[in-house]
Design a binder for this molecule. Structure first.
Ligand SMILES: N[C@@H](CCC(=O)N[C@@H](CS)C(=O)NCC(=O)O)C(=O)O
Length: 244
């Protein structure tokens, strides 16, 4: 049985505050891959120092994309089954834009612009003096990562404008279809859902949310994917790992 390690579901309005955790869990649910869900607070436990990661046959694998490649190779799990080569290429491009650019605009909207919400989400319950030190260090590291990635070097206005353009492109690609490639969901739908539910779902008002809500087709897509995600819930054993 695969063990899926994700952050705890600590943010109201989204299945998980991490879009990559939503993506992988949704992918496993939609593909019908049996798994156990383990909540983990410490990304350093994963082989890439990030969440999510999985444990399969005693081996830990990190990165949602590499995990899905592995599951395709080992178990034949192919979320893009039925797509043409061109559609697979489009799916790849959508995934990369949502994860390598739009994600960072979301990071900015949370860690730079809504720090108090993020602090309450991830860092409540820490004993003093860790309650002072840990959130501050985590924020410093996230903002440094945003700067290294490049998006963090722009003004807030520019970042939200870039994010809004990504959303506009997604809305245009989706058009009036139920899913990006027709009547069935594929990995692109899961990837877009995992980001959109993190923009629209939580009670955090941001220009990104405003932009996303201005596209009725993206909102409907998020609702449709949310229903599928909930309907494919398996009997899950949720385990919270304790600090070692
Ligand atoms: N490319 C990775 C990205 C995963 C990722 O960025 N996870 C974030 C949470 S959204 C994380 O664990 N951050 C902790 C850290 O960087 O220390 C994937 O697809 O899994």
């Amino acid at each position: 049985m695969i063990r899926l390690y994700t952050f705890p579901a600590s943010l109201k309005g989204t299945p998980n505050p991490s879009q990559f955790c939503v993506k992988l869990e949704a992918a496993l649910r939609l593909a019908g891959v049996p798994h156990e869900l383990w909540y983990e607070m410490d990304p350093a436990k994963g082989p890439k120092g990030k969440l999510p990661f999985i444990e399969i046959e005693g081996k830990r694998i990190g990165d949602s994309t590499l995990i899905l490649y592995h599951l395709k190779e080992k178990l034949g799990v192919d979320l893009d089954r039925g797509l043409s080569d061109l559609e697979r290429a489009q799916s790849h491009v959508i995934e990369r834009m949502v994860e390598e650019r739009l994600y960072w605009a979301i990071v900015h909207s949370r860690w730079a612009d809504n720090w108090e919400v993020v602090k309450a989400m991830f860092f409540t319950g820490l004993p003093f003096p860790l309650s002072l030190i840990v959130p501050r260090m985590a924020r410093r590291d996230m903002l440094a990562a945003l700067g290294s990635q490049g998006l963090g070097r722009h003004t807030s206005e520019e970042i939200y404008d870039l994010g809004a353009r990504d959303l506009a492109a997604l809305a245009m690609l989706l058009g009036d279809k139920p899913f990006f490639f027709g009547n069935e969901p594929h990995l692109a739908d899961i990837t877009v859902y995992s980001a959109l539910i993190n923009i629209i779902g939580p009670d955090i008002e941001t220009p990104l949310k405003e932009a996303a809500l201005s596209y009725p087709n993206l909102v409907l897509h998020t609702e449709r994917m949310g229903e599928l995600y909930a309907a494919r819930r398996q009997r899950q054993k949720i385990t919270l790992t304790l600090a070692a």
